[in-house]
Design a protein around this ligand. Structure first.
Ligand SMILES: [Mg+2]
Length: 382
């Protein structure tokens, strides 16, 4: 068991045993966590196999409303990640469930979106329609690649008529192979501007419905949220009172971790999803106010507002050789854990901490090396 909830703070807690031992369901974000764009996260297939072998069930939880669960499961399987369709939970499903609590069974619901939204409505016994004059009693909006003016116009007509407005998620942007594209939140903002309204409910992370539905669907007793975004995955986990593992394989870099506001601070952090299979050290406060984690100590020097991260004498001792170290003894994230603890604590005391670029670069380097023994192994030789 971890000590989640048993200390005075909710972030960077200790997991003495591998993190996987503390949960029965891992609520996994997809893009940035299991895959990044077109590429699977290298550790993901083997980590998922290890999870299942340990009796931990995965749930694949995505804010992306465009694809029906079967398409998500097929995609994951193609990437080498075994996935049953029953393990997929989308924001379209969560949105449809929210709509279902507000309208009669079988009611017509206007779709401002695509196949993901349409199938989700059918799944909960509602009737998707494409036009505002077909008698819908609510509107469910979620992104689809073919979303166009005519969908948005129908949405505007329905909103003018006062229909309840449920949206799958409010992510403003959507990362693509060619760069940042508009996400559902941008289209929601457009309709908000046209209608002068705001959505009546949001299903996706960081709002509770998606994570709550995933917990219910898998009957999870001790779920752990795993994701790469502070403002959706980590904030969403905090909003429903669940522990979280932040992975640095997606959009969040070291600078963003250090700048995390209180509700964006993860329970655990790791380079990637392999952090599920490791134990985690927790930074501890020293009598001089600095923070230690493993071989590292970090302090904020108030007069210059700089953060110093120093390895102590045994930082170069043989424990850094992965061949001789226990699997979980040292994962390279301790430097970042110590630095984050020092900066977050200082920020909570009103200090605007400046972090030197060389310190950031060193933390990022240790971060890249942290979960794959390969990197440090290559540097150190046999
Ligand atoms: Mg993500």
């Amino acid at each position: 068991m971890t000590d989640h909830g048993s200390t005075g703070r909710g972030w960077l807690l200790e997991a003495v045993a591998p993190l996987v031992d503390s949960c029965d369901v891992a609520l996994l974000d997809l893009d940035g966590t299991v895959y990044v764009g077109a590429d699977v996260v290298p550790a993901a297939p083997s980590v998922l196999r290890a999870l299942r072998a340990a009796g931990v069930r995965p749930a694949f939880v995505t804010n992306n409303a465009s694809r029906p669960p079967a398409a998500v499961a097929d995609h994951l399987t193609t990437l080498g990640v075994d996935c049953d369709v029953a393990e997929v939970v989308t924001s379209a499903q969560a949105g449809a469930a929210v709509v279902a609590t507000r309208v009669p069974a079988g009611a017509k619901v206007l779709v401002v979106g695509g196949a993901g939204v349409r199938e989700a409505l059918l799944e909960v016994g509602l009737t998707p329609v494409n036009r505002a004059d077909e008698g819908p009693v609510a509107l469910l909006q979620g992104w689809a690649p073919d979303l166009g003016w005519s969908h948005l116009a129908e949405g505007a007509f329905a909103l003018a008529a006062g229909l309840p407005w449920i949206v799958t998620n409010t992510d403003l942007t959507l990362p693509t192979d060619r760069g940042i594209a508009p996400g559902n939140g941008s289209f929601v903002a457009l309709l908000a501007r046209v209608s002068g309204r705001v959505p009546d409910a949001v299903a996706g992370k960081p709002q509770p419905p998606l994570l709550e539905q995933a917990v219910a669907k898998l009957a999870a007793l001790r779920p752990l949220v795993v994701g790469d975004r502070l403002d959706t995955d980590i904030e969403g986990a905090a909003a429903v009172g669940l522990p979280s593992l932040l992975v640095l394989s997606g959009v969040t870099d070291v600078r963003a971790v250090l700048a995390a506001r209180p509700d964006h601070r993860p329970t655990y952090l790791a380079a990637d999803i392999a952090g599920l299979l490791r134990s985690h050290r927790s930074p501890t406060r020293e009598s001089d106010g600095s923070w230690s984690c493993g071989s590292w100590n970090a302090n904020v020097l108030r007069e210059r507002e700089l953060v110093m991260v120093m390895s102590d004498a045994d930082a170069t001792a043989p424990e850094t050789a992965p061949e001789t170290a226990p699997e979980t003894a040292k994962d390279g994230a301790d430097a970042l854990r110590a630095a984050a603890a020092a900066i977050w604590t200082a920020a909570d005391n009103g200090l605007d901490v400046q972090v030197d670029d060389t310190v950031l670069a060193a933390l990022a380097r240790s971060g890249r090396a942290m979960d794959e023994g390969k990197a440090s192994s290559a540097e150190q030789g046999p």
